[in-house]
Design a protein. Sequence first.
Lengths: 115, 496
Amino acid sequence: MFKILKSLSKSLGGGKTAEAKPQAAPAPKAGGTLLDKVNKGSKNAPAAQAGPPKSAEELCGITAKMAKDEIRAQLKILFRRYNRSASSLDAKTRAEADKMLDAIVEVREKHFGEI
Amino acid sequence: MAEHVGIDLGTTLSGLAYLKPDGNPEIVPNADGERLTHSVVFFDSHEDVKLVGSAARDGGEPDRTIFQIKRYMDDPEHLVEIDGKKWTPAEISALILSKLKRDCSKICGDITEVVITVPANFNELARKSTIAAAQMAGMKVKRLVNEPTAAAVYYAHSQGVKGRILVFDLGGGTLDTTILDVEGENIKILTSEGARHLGGSNFDDLLLDAYAEQYKKQTGASLYSDERHRRRVLQATEDAKKMLSKLQRVNDTVANDQNSGIARIDLTRESFEKIIRNMLTRTVFLVEQALDSAKLKPSDIDHVVLVGGSTRIPKVKTILEKMFGKTPKSCGNVDECVALGAALFAKKSAKIQEVCNASYGTLAMVYNAKTKEEKLMNSIVIPKNTPIPCSRTQVYQTSEDNERVIEVDITQGEDEDAKFIDVIGRITLEVPPNRPKGCEIAVTFSYDENQRVRALVVDKQSGRSKEVAVSYKGAGVLSDEELKRRSAHLRTMRIE
């Protein structure tokens, strides 16, 4: 595994398909509007997903085959991620994070009992 | 002049403490005789006066009363408009700090330099806004210190303990969990984790929803129709919450302001705990996150220390006792220990080993040779909780042939997924032409004792480099001139 520097503007404008993508993007603001573009349609954006409402387990990516330890590990990763997003300045991101935190708590209570 | 002064600028309550000649800190009451001042500001419409504290909380008009401004310290778009003037969160906070400075100076002497506490996970902009607020109030900020660190300093000072301590700080607006080692006067922070929007006021809001639901059920009407009445009921729910920390059951009556009748509220401690259970489970997650970050188990913790008014809720203690197998302790008044610790910190900061509050890194396209996948990721150079001062370097490669300008985004955040981090700056470095892709670029981040971060980018082939101080300079940060102007204006105001 090796790492190649890739700024956001180059991610959006560079590469083989540069002609089809926006030209030099403006410098990103804190909070990153460019990030929204980069991650548009990201698999990790639960609230952005269309279709029928998902269960808490589906939102958290928990499947019936997962062992307790795997569920616990997955919930920890998700809590760390969405707890941070819950402080976002963007109201939509905050609302999505809050929904995910509710789902994380629900899954925990189902699999590990109430506190 | 008061030499070592600490201020806890809280979401709901603020306090000021100073270090007495005997080396012990003491809370200084405000001019209203209260040891702590409600973080509420009221702009009177009849007189040119700003009320701060309980007078502002109890009597004001909702449109002219500002609550919990701390929650918006990092929001450049949050402006409070009163009589045509737009106030920033830093300016509103400056009014609270001015009240503390003016009132307390009469007792402990002139206050010119202070240590101010902030939540552990306050971001760069929120920290800058806090410093700006103090400057506008006529005080120089000697240091910002994380709230749980300040509380731990006071706990260690007052209890004379040693060992590994977990501080659980559940205040009005935030939860902070910090783990630290104490050996005599030396304190080493291991980790701090925080949750914004998780505190007593969230519990009040949930209780308010329960009151409104009961009212609707019993009378068929809405409990409140305007902000003024909502505030009154919210005050009642806060009182009920506090009583339930002492009693098992509380009976209350509520009415709306439309003569729709009275509803009887019968609230038990058990039902209250059920209402806030989701929030309490989140607190458990955060404690587990802190333990994971420090690579510790609950049994590795020698003392669990409670800080913040919301830790008076019995269920909080029960949960922590169950988790750690020991009774949590509090250091005196849980509302005051942060300010008291800040005053101690003002003198003892050299003996306290702190850690990076966040991870810093850059964005990189990472290729996985096994899966042949490439992914834009947050590549961390300095991980959160690295003891400071520190310096770390990571070497990357350029992505294109004949690349003339190297752009390095500076990221803040722990997640490897770029969606869940903040890009807080960018370094641009011009490099020689006609080079193939794959040239090595070294990115170094340095973090000093004052939580200042510097980034250095070096093109290894040409030796060209650029170094910048990483600091948020975006919207919401005032220029020095503007800060001076607003500070001078604030000094002319009547603040009671």
